[in-house]
Design a protein around this ligand. Sequence first.
Ligand code: ZN
Length: 341
Amino acid sequence: MTSESATGAINPPTQETVFLGIDVGGTNVKLGLVSTAGVIFVRETLSTPQLRTPERVFEAAIAFADSQLAKLDRASVTLAGVGLGVPGVLDSEESVLREVVNLPGWEGKPLKKLLGNAKNLPNAVVNDANSAAYAEHALRSLGKKSLALVTLGTGIGCGLVINGSPYGGDHGCAGELGHTPIRFGNDALTCTCGKRGHLEAYAGTKGVIQQIQQVATASKNDEILDLLSTNDLTPKDIALRAESGCDLCIAVIQQTAEYLGQAIGQLAQVMDPDVVLLGGAMTFGGSQTGIGQRFLDTVQTTVINTTLEQVGSNLTLEFASLGNDAGVIGAAMVAQQVMSK
Ligand SMILES: [Zn+2]
């Protein structure tokens, strides 16, 4: 088994198989050798623009795994599989990206085959939202139960694990919670996708800043309007201001929680999951702050108020716990799951 000390230093596993997790984003490729229990014991971050193509990313990832394993006693630690997490619309049947931004040259490539060419081991390719959700699912030992991990930020994504397995949908778009309609009619806000009334237009970063702008204009709050005019107000600032008692920021965070709760309520009513987690950059302080907790409570109350009793009241709603490691851990654990089938 592996263990992680309070300082973050990891003791390598002994007598064990390990999995390589590759989490590809537009800026970074995160790599990790992950134990069967889901603990990263060695990690690396590389530059995506520098490596550019999937072939070179996989080559660098395998070189990393080989060099790290060479430092250990290879007779007792074996690389058993490779998992890859990618952003965008993934055709999970073909393991091909049908649509992706910020990864030029990746669209249409046979990723599973290329991964196999780089290292002839069992492998799995999964959407990054689903790999993160799968990591949280495995950490909580949920077995066959279902989980949704909602990621809050500029966009609002959602990874799904249904009946114990990551679920991408037939067209790679399952769980696109940001594009769930919460308002209808011609006065509904226009989303980045071009359609109206979607959650992301209201509760994505841009939507939240727009809400602040409206309330600050209506209440003639010059301090906030000045900050907005210089783009000096981030969701993190809004959370800090709310924490220090700014009524305007508290009201906007509460409103955002209600929007989010309405969309999560729809998701929960259709999917009836056991657990829904909130993660990403815009959790308003998360579990660390009173404002974050209040945000979560309002999401939960809204879900309960808009769903059947059995759905809303039995749903566990919490903040995600794995943060930036979730993608790497999940990719590795999906590879492990594929092998055990
Ligand atoms: Zn949309």
